[in-house]
Design a protein around this ligand. Sequence first.
Ligand SMILES: [Zn+2]
Length: 835
Amino acid sequence: MTAASQSPFQSLQHTEARARFDLLSIASYDVRLDLAADDATFRSVTTIRFTSRGGATFVDLKPARVNEIRLNGGALDVDLLERGRLPLDTLEGDNELVVDAVMRFRNDGEGLHRSVDPADGRHYVYGMSFMDAAPSIFACFDQPDLKAPYTFHVTAPVDWLVVGNAPGTSPEPGVWELEQSQPLSTYFVTLVAGPYHLVTDEHDGIPLGLSARASIARDLDADADELFTMTKQCFDEFHRLFGIRYPFGGYHQAFVPEFNAGAMENPGCVTFRDPLIFSSRVTRGVRIQRATTVAHEMAHQWFGNIVTPKWWDDLWLNESFAEYMGNRVTAEVTEYDDAWTHNAYARRQWGLVADQRPSTHPVAGNGAADATSALQDFDGISYAKGSSILKQLNATLGDDVFFAGTIDHFNRHRFGNATMHDLFTSWEEAAARHGSGTAAGSPLDLSSFTSNWLRTAGPDTIVLDRAARVVRRTPPAGHPADRSHTLRVATAELGGKWEVGALTVDSPETAYDVADHRAVVLDPFEDTWALVQPDPATVSALKALLPVTDDTRLRAGIWNNVRSAFHNAAIAPADVLDLLEAGIPVEDSDDAVFYTMPWAVSKVVPLAADPSAALGRIHAVALDKVGDAAAGSTLQLSAFQAAVSSATDAGQLRSWLAGRVVPDGIELDLDLRWRILVQLAVLGETDRAELGAALEAEPTARSRVEHSRAMASLPDAEAKAWAWSRFVGEVDVPNYELSAAGLGMWRPGQEQHTDEYVDRYFADVPRTVDVRSGWVLADAAQDFFPTTSLTEETVAKAHALIDLEGLDRSIRRRVVDLTDELEHRLAIRRAFPVR
Ligand SMILES: [Zn+2]
């Protein structure tokens, strides 16, 4: 097939959703699934009771085959099913639709995903309906505003556990009956089924559960206490802030294999990617990431699940709200009070860079015409930028008004749907009730806030012009805005202490007078959303100041400034290396090491005047940090990880792997052993036999992924062909292994083996729609992109692909972003040429 090949299913148009919403009201779903019959398919019998105003509509269904479909007792012609839709001619009043079909288990993390654990051969199933995969599990009217209660009846192998959105019982082995659920949108209906290991607890009348594959039962048990504790703390805090009790019965958190996203907030049964159950030691930052994810999904139980966006164009609000609340509640009530520092390292650049791409879009109302296009805008802008702007709004409104409006929103639309407009109306009314408004006494009007911050794309750039004695605010090109920024500024004399002051930037030029050599760091605590970069005098001063900067949060802000400047060719690679050498020795945050060192290795080193010398400097910084950090600390672990991935001395890697001269406090667990093997593969200092033996010695899911990464990283033609056979689908592998093969194959310095794949990428990627779809399609297009081919010629080829008519939209979006990344890196090279 060609690039113009058509998706097998039609994506729901907003206009179609509105028409169906006006026509139908869904009373209930009754779903019968038989998961025990065979490994490839399952029988799915769905009875939908609904009322209609009478007339034509359609039901969504993506089956392997159909046994029978009856509407109000009469059989329908199943041959009318086309591209996932079956036309229905409904009666005025009550209707009953019964669809008896056979569905395929999927293996791409969507629909009812079934996978085999390589550690023990056992099978696991979970449902991922988001955002339009529910019809591959059961027949439904698949749109967020046609909510209904669900009753599931499941037949499964006798040793399986079955958990869904509502409490369940097993009256006899292999038979599971779930109670009728609260009204749910189709996109968060799930089922988790398999020989999962289960841990239970209870809090405040809410039954709690945790589950994971049997082969990682010990790791789940080790973490259960931490997970339950933070879940309980978050429940108490959400109950306090939201004033409405959690309404979905029990709260089960299932860690499931090969999950594409971080997690999915299904009411009562949240699914998480199972690498979040740690089989090896991890940094504190990785634990904070998990904690904020737990809190984020809990926030969704209210914001998203009790009240759901009416259409996908408001999906951002779900994510922005959950992201803000997830960070805030984690910082305020769990042991991870440094969650905002983690956020600065882990999320800020994700959002800022996305907001500078040609593909940038407003946070709000992306005009999503259909479900597929809404998914394209599910990015750092929806999460990191949206969260930052809600944080600003909270600072403006104050907690009293912010939560009064939010609670009003929950009460008004409980178990229903709402829009962004509804929420902002609730906030304005709450402000009126609390007597807060503008200085002039008129009621609070959020419309200019909304249009400037939520309906206009791109970040303002805020920079200090020392000579002109002003701070300049420049709106993004092509997206005019007039935004008022309230931010803090950290300044310091050489040898002095940091002083923090407040600054309001509400015009193109704000007077700002500062001594010549004083360092000025704008917005180090992320009070606003803007692109801020240090000026040259500040960069020089920072080399002396970083080693005496004892505020962890301020250092995180400085690194965000530096990274933004580097992205925009406003700081030389050599200066970044100097700053790393100045800053890392005093770091006490493992996030600082975890995020800045790999960034420097992958982005800064290739653009340095002497890449191998630059890599050597980073390696030396990492090794020193391993020695200086407390033995056994996670700070030391993060430094050791950086030392491994910057190592070029095979002898040193070999001696670590063999357990000789391992630094005191470092324990060579599975994760570190594979990190070393991957680095040996990059250097061409291992072979397929050794990698195969390592996999065979410990054949876990994690090992398979790292084996895939290492195999693709080897510097020879066979390795690249091996990776490519996976990309084009000649060899079918699960999503994490596919991703690792793509990320492994493009390595700086291996151009002689990868050059031929530059052209092949642009020729082959359009046809990958024939072998995969959804998340995995877009992720593979990203992971196999020729990121190391830093030439104008590659950029030109990428643009030709972007212009190709009929190219899948999700592939185009990823190629647009990655091409922009190449262009930025070429701009850095032009600005700081290698002599
Ligand atoms: Zn979310």
